[in-house]
Design a binder for this molecule. Structure first.
Ligand SMILES: [Zn+2]
Length: 419
């Protein structure tokens, strides 16, 4: 009975610790990318979406081919939750078995929340909700750590952006590979940058179409967010990612069940391994020392863990990429530290559906949407046999996270007085 007021207190802590950049759906779609404005104390930063490029004329003889134009025809509006009644989405829904999706409350009273999920009313959190945001629950099949001590699963969210190439250059300088959790709207806006990242050997993964808090969406809207992003990525790089990160880490047992039904694997991060790089573009912006201090803390912490770790960073802004390049230069000098992608850190050599073989099945594509590249159109999906988690309170979350050395979860569990 004391849980809701205490959850409020705990959530305030999480907002400070876990807030990440989001997209400004109110920004004019034709405006050039600009420095974001802060939405308030502790709020995520805002970024204008990349502008659509003008039509590309045929190159003159002897000149290099122009980069692929943004892929727009047939795709949903960028930075907006796609229509769940779109024929393509209905076709995808028809193929999915959502019978194991638990009937749990939708956060924010069912109103789409483009920001960090709010745990206050009208959000209702059931004991078996398994909320990462509000209960800090981690399901057994959530990937939040790397199993091997000293292994860093390096991840960048919210791109591809015009800042991504600088990061790719830095990673190439040190022969490092990273996982990029891609926003579908950015994938079709910057297809060449995404293709360059994939061709360089980086792991491409799903981060949703418009970056909402997924727990605030209906089952059908969640399917639309994930499947459109999978299709956009497939159209650009030719393969369909298996790994997915929910924006803000906002998932629960309903979102997880839908994610599993689609065949995606959820990736989170260890709370104390958040770079907090979004504060570099807040108003007023924080100093880069925030990120460098975070890095110093990680370096002191990781030798004491009995697992490796996954870090949250972003490649959406010049400031966050600049910080990442400094961090990378320092990290490669740290002894006993191995920097890898998320699939590498969990020992998965097949991070795309097309590589899984017999587990992959071709899905129906009702429309041809790719007008700007030569890449294929057929999305694929596969079966993922993991059953829906049967959450018993938050004790499992505490156990998992304490094992991983999670200070924040220990704090949360004590606030909840769960015994
Ligand atoms: Zn994000």
């Amino acid at each position: 009975m004391k849980i809701f007021p205490i959850v409020t207190i705990a959530f305030a802590t999480f907002c400070v610790v876990n807030a990440v950049p989001q997209y400004d759906t109110k920004a004019p779609k034709t405006a050039a990318p600009k420095a974001p404005k802060a939405a308030g104390k502790g709020a995520p930063t805002k970024a204008a979406p990349a502008p659509p490029a003008p039509p590309v004329a045929a190159p003159a003889a002897g000149t290099p081919a122009a980069p692929p134009a943004p892929l727009t025809n047939g795709y949903p509006t960028t930075d907006k939750v796609p229509d769940p009644n779109d024929p393509q989405v209905l076709a995808w829904l028809k193929e999915l078995d959502l019978s194991k999706v638990p009937n749990l409350p939708i956060s924010n009273g069912g109103k789409i929340n483009p920001d960090q999920a709010n745990c206050n009313p009208p959000t209702v959190i059931q004991p078996d909700q398994g909320s990462w945001t509000c209960q800090k629950f981690t399901a057994p099949d959530d990937v939040a750590t790397c199993p091997d001590v000293g292994t860093w699963g390096i991840t960048f969210d919210d791109g591809p952006s015009t800042s991504t190439p600088k990061l790719l250059s830095k990673l190439a300088e040190h022969n490092l590979k990273a996982t990029f959790f891609v926003v579908g709207s950015r994938a079709i806006s910057n297809p060449k940058i995404l293709k360059d990242a994939y061709d360089a050997g980086h792991n491409i993964a799903v981060h949703t179409w418009s970056h909402p808090a997924l727990t605030s969406l209906s089952n059908e809207e969640i399917v639309a967010e994930l499947k459109w992003t999978m299709k956009a990525i497939k159209d650009v790089i030719g393969v369909t990612p298996i790994y997915m990160r929910p924006p803000y880490g906002d998932t629960d047992n309903r979102v997880r069940a839908i994610t599993r039904a689609i065949g995606l694997k959820t990736v989170l991060w260890l709370p104390e391994f958040d770079s907090n790089d979004w504060t570099l573009v807040s108003t007023p912006p924080k100093s880069i020392d925030v990120v460098l201090n975070s890095f110093n803390t990680w370096m002191q912490t990781f030798p004491k863990l009995n697992t490796g770790f996954i870090v949250l960073e972003h490649d959406l802004f010049p400031q966050t990429v600049d910080a990442a390049t400094i961090v990378i230069d320092r990290a490669v000098k740290v002894p006993n530290l191995k920097i890898v992608t998320v699939p590498q850190c969990v020992g998965d050599s097949k991070p795309y559906f097309e590589l899984v073989g017999s587990n992959a099945t071709t899905t129906t594509t009702t429309t041809t949407t790719n007008t700007g590249s030569t890449y294929g159109n057929n999305g694929t999906t596969g079966s993922f046999a993991s059953p829906v988690s049967n959450v018993k309170g938050s004790s499992s979350a505490s156990t998992t996270s304490i094992t991983a050395g999670s200070i924040i979860v220990v704090l949360f569990s004590s606030l909840l007085n769960l015994n």
